[in-house]
Design a protein around this ligand. Structure first.
Ligand code: UDP
Ligand code: MG
Length: 319
């Protein structure tokens, strides 16, 4: 099979028939063999009935129905598990992403050798308020820096194409759908490209992602990913290092303070308590914090030693 289209959706019943017809038109024009996997993420509207109706008429349509709303990442995860095509395309269900982009994306993977191609909503003026576009710009700039994928303008674009290996070897969870290119890069798929795509205003229903708090969570996720990719398999290297440095500085400070005290005693200056100087408390705190960091490192190493992913490596080929 050439292409699997994976579509996560939450309350998008009005858009689905149109989206399906459009995808089918494109696929038949290019004579691709394909499947469309709708993942119904706990919709409370008629989305599931619509999907069942489409499935009855066309075996290329598959549906997965969550019992409740889990989020876009879990929906993608389950769609990816199901997908069989050589190239997997994800798109939003709201008709904002155009199926007309599919053939070009497919060719970039098959012919130009990309592992992952992300859409870039260059003309995203329509419909989106400033409270969405400004944080999005900031978000992308940070994601580019942290991930080291400098050529992506739009990490969060729903329209993306993947070589099958990529989606079978990464695990999207939580709200990590924003960082799939980073996940892919960490797994060793580093031929990551971008294609400017058309992006339209929403016709039906409303956006499921609004407000600022998702950016706070987005940044926390980014920090987690960065930490996992850098120290995930060797936490002691960061905590042990920090802990040792702090303890060492504290220890040296204590020696100096103690030495000054002894010197003061022997030279007969009026007696002062060692606790009279603030440096004593700073040194003490540093030694305590240093020990804490060190112990955290041990505990983190124990945890990672017993975790199921401790020996998770990407093996590309064996003969
Ligand atoms: N979506 C989902 N589960 C959720 C929220 C959203 O599957 O909990 C789907 C939604 O139906 C759409 C896609 O994720 O197909 C992108 O959502 P939306 O269009 O609301 O985001 P926006 O384009 O406004 O960023
Ligand atoms: Mg949308």
């Amino acid at each position: 099979m050439d292409i699997s289209v994976v579509i996560p959706l939450f309350n998008e019943a009005e858009s689905l028939p149109e989206l399906y017809a459009w995808i089918k038109r494109v696929m038949e024009r290019e004579s691709f063999s394909y499947e469309v996997i709708f993942v119904n993420d706990g919709s409370t509207d008629a989305s599931w009935e619509v999907i069942c109706g489409l499935h009855e008429k066309d075996a290329a349509v598959k549906g997965i129905k969550f019992r409740r709303n889990y989020g876009k990442s879990p929906a993608l995860y389950c769609g990816f598990k199901e997908a069989q095509g050589d190239v997997v395309i994800t798109m939003d269900a709201d008709l904002q992403d155009s199926p007309d982009e599919i053939p070009a994306l497919y060719r970039m993977i098959r012919e130009d050798g990309y592992d992952l191609v992300s859409g870039f909503k260059q003309n995203r003026k329509q419909g989106d308020p400033l409270s969405k576009t400004i944080p999005t710009k900031l978000f992308n700039a940070t994601a580019r820096k942290v991930s080291g994928i400098h050529n992506l303008h739009d990490f969060n674009c729903g329209l993306k194409a993947y070589r099958k290996d990529v989606i079978k070897n990464i695990e999207v969870y939580g709200e990590m759908h924003r960082y799939i290119p980073y996940l892919a890069k960490n797994a060793g798929f580093d031929r990551i490209g971008e294609k400017p795509v058309h992006h339209q205003a929403r016709q039906y229903g409303k956006s499921k992602f609004m407000g600022w708090n998702r950016f706070v969570n987005g940044y926390l996720d980014l920090i987690t990913l960065w930490f996992l990719s850098t120290f995930g398999k060797k936490p002691m290297h960061v905590f042990g290092f920090l802990g040792s440095i702090m303890f060492f500085l504290g220890f040296v400070a204590v020696i100096i303070i103690g030495g000054m005290k002894i010197y003061a005693l022997s030279s007969g200056t009026p007696a002062r308590l060692i606790t009279d100087t603030p440096y004593f408390y700073i040194a003490l705190t540093m030694m305590i914090l240093g020990t804490q960091f060190f112990l955290t490192g041990f505990v983190a190493d124990l945890v990672s030693r017993s975790s199921a992913s401790r020996n998770d490596y990407q093996i590309e080929d064996e003969v």
